[in-house]
Design a protein around this ligand. Structure first.
Ligand code: UDP
Length: 451
């Protein structure tokens, strides 16, 4: 690991402004720093990473101020479109400032690595640096989303969205699983996908995935896109100590986990950093968890229950019903929780980071997907890797009890647990020396150095 001394090339990283997008980019930055590159992170004001967690990086603020108020309006897709229009020139100014400085530092920008949602970063530094594109999710979600919006050759996916019919060429995805977000209207989503396609001018694509996990999607991508592709996941396994969080972790839940008696019995429940639920869903989740014998650790983010600050709308009698059998926190050290021996299941919204973190620890998943790529991920978890179950019916206490029992008690759950254990072992091989992700990461480093 090269830490000290003169660094040759500077890389500019442009993470997306959400927790699930910041994580993989900062993990990648940490890995590339250890390989001798200098790292500059260009970020929006909104959800900016904490520089003190990354003392080796430089930070540049793209001062787009309208972001905060736009986010609270809830229309994330419209916000992404506006963000990209507004940030293009601001980003160019940032690069110009950096370039001026770099003349004295003698450190040239050799490469810009940007999150796909930050496509304003593309095309600005073309002659001097190459641009790489980090897809924050899996390959299947990425290509199925792109394929949904018609090109000049045309296709019909948009018409059938929502139906249970299989998507031709994307088994086992159904039309209803396609990653067309709930964050905005179909029109806005279509516009975003078109923008992403038009503005994408990168010289390589980096995926936080593993070759064997999405083999057919990888093969299809290799056939269609004549760019170097690097599958270097799960990134958190290459940068395990990194803290990228935007929320305050409540580490008291680790003590609570230690105090539990049996291994593999706790269900960890978390719906990620963006998903919101309503008060009725909170109550049904609560009673569903309380009515089963399985103990649980439940993350309810502040503000994630519509109309409530936190959990004040939990039903009366719930706390007495669960006693010491449940623990609720606002934010947990998720990777540590999933690695804890007492945890035996993860009720997840199936964000890509959560998915990778769970399968890396061999924890089977109850999939309760909400928007975007989560349905694709859930489909792979349940039907391709067979390490989880989808909770597809309406969310009510009986459905929660039923799915929890299937995973934690029934014979079906034993098989899923065994699959999860085997998948974990395969993933471990991929991040070891000579494993596919390990090799791909080395190739990426060589590729960037050759630019
Ligand atoms: N996370 C965490 N503690 C929590 C909940 C989530 O550290 O209590 C982290 C989790 O480990 C993951 C990220 O937040 O890295 C969520 O990303 P994901 O892609 O799963 O979902 P998103 O938040 O983008 O919907």
């Amino acid at each position: 690991m090269k830490k000290q001394g003169k660094r040759s090339n500077r890389l500019v990283l442009v993470p997306g402004s959400f927790q699930g997008h910041l994580n993989p980019m900062l993990q990648l930055g940490t890995i590339l720093y250890s390989q001798g590159f200098s790292i500059t992170v260009a970020h929006t004001k909104f959800n900016s990473p904490n520089p003190s967690n990354h003392p080796d990086f430089n930070f540049l603020t793209i001062s787009y101020a309208a972001y905060d108020s736009e986010l609270s309006s809830g229309n994330i897709l419209a916000l992404i479109l506006r963000l990209n229009v507004n940030c293009k020139a601001l980003f160019q100014e940032c690069l110009a400032r950096l370039t001026e400085k770099q003349n004295s530092d003698e450190e040239k920008i050799s490469c810009i690595i940007y999150d796909e949602l930050m496509y304003f970063s593309s095309g600005g530094y073309r002659d001097e640096a190459s641009e790489h594109y980090l897809a924050h999710g899996g390959i299947t979600a990425f290509i199925s989303r792109d394929a949904t919006v018609p090109t000049s050759e045309g296709n019909n996916f948009l018409q059938g969205l929502g139906s249970k019919d299989l998507v031709p060429g994307f088994y086992p995805l159904r039309l209803k699983d396609l990653p067309f977000s709930k964050f905005g209207s179909l029109e806005t989503m279509t516009q975003v996908v078109k923008e992403l396609r038009n503005t994408r001018k990168s010289s390589a694509i980096i995926y936080n995935t593993i070759d064997f996990l999405e083999q057919s999607s990888l093969a299809r991508t290799l056939q269609q896109c004549h760019l170097p592709l690097f599958s270097i996941g799960p990134l958190h396994k290459f940068a395990p100590a990194l803290s990228t969080i935007l929320f305050d972790e409540d580490i008291s839940c680790m003590r609570w986990l230690d105090e539990q008696t049996n291994d593999n019995k706790i269900i960890y429940v978390s719906l990620g950093s963006i998903t919101q639920i309503d008060e009725n869903e909170l109550a049904e989740m609560a009673w569903g968890l309380a009515n089963k014998e399985s103990p649980f650790l439940w993350v309810v983010r502040s503000g994630s229950v519509r109309g409530s600050e936190w959990i004040e709308s939990l039903p009366e009698g719930f706390e007495e019903a669960i006693g010491q059998r449940g623990c609720i926190v606002k934010w947990a050290p998720q990777k540590k929780v999933l690695a804890h021996a007492k945890v035996g299941g993860f009720w997840s919204h199936c964000g890509w980071n959560s998915t990778m973190e769970s399968i890396s620890e061999g924890v089977p998943i109850i999939c309760r997907q909400n928007s975007g790529d989560q349905r694709v991920n859930g489909r792979y978890i349940s039907n391709v890797w067979r390490v989880g179950l989808e909770m597809e019916n309406e969310l009510n206490r009986r459905e929660v009890e039923r799915v929890v029992r299937r995973l934690m008690v029934d014979k079906e759950g034993l098989e899923i647990r065994q699959n999860a254990k085997e998948l974990k072992e395969k993933i471990q091989l991929c991040v070891r020396e000579d494993g596919s992700s390990y090799n791909s990461l080395n190739e990426l480093v060589k590729f960037i150095k050759s630019l």
